[in-house]
Design a protein around this ligand. Structure first.
Ligand code: ZN
Length: 174
């Protein structure tokens, strides 16, 4: 493997491998990396540069997972790693709570309202689910309305802003 700069030299093999895995983007929301989404759970480097990447799918049966698995392998292949295993771990289940703040900011810039509030998994108390207002990513108005529960993908709902009249996708709290 090629060692090109000081930063690369000072990183541990695991940090370096994590950074390679973290460049892979979600096929459905290409502005978000799998690190931004919080689905990149672990990267291990064993002897002989054998890489094991652990990923938790955003929801079971998400068709994007096959693409992500291929993209992870391709990203490592480009850096000279041939022996890459991608493990899927289903428990604990991914929730939108795992999305990073950087990821939420990128979603907003992309015109998708990031999930508001916490998932059911994070709320220990009570059966009452607090519905929080969804903020318009264009004008930040809280005066928004759900048009359809299922938008362009099942992760998203279609909303419309009642102030700027712009429709937008909302990444639902899962
Ligand atoms: Zn608006």
């Amino acid at each position: 493997m090629y060692i090109s700069d000081f930063e690369t030299r000072t990183r541990t093999p695991r940090q370096r491998a994590w950074q390679i895995a973290a460049t892979v983007c979600d096929p459905e929301i290409p502005v978000l990396t799998i690190e931004d989404l919080g689905i990149l759970r672990d990267v291990q480097v064993a002897e002989g540069d054998r890489i094991t990447v652990t990923i938790t799918p955003t929801y079971s049966g998400c068709p994007a997972m096959d693409a992500i698995r291929d993209d992870v392998k391709a990203a490592f292949a480009k850096e000279g790693y041939a022996d890459v295993t991608v493990d899927l771990v289903l428990a604990p289940a991914w929730t939108t709570d795992w999305m990073t703040e950087a990821g939420k900011a990128k979603l907003r810039e992309y015109g998708i309202a990031p999930p508001t509030g916490k998932s059911d998994a994070a709320r220990h108390a009570g059966p009452i689910r607090l519905q929080m207002a969804v903020k318009c990513p264009q004008c930040s108005s809280l005066h928004t309305k759900e048009l359809t529960r299922f938008g362009s993908t099942s992760c998203k709902a279609l909303y419309v802003c009642q102030d700027c009249k712009e429709p937008f996708d909302y990444f639902k709290v899962l």
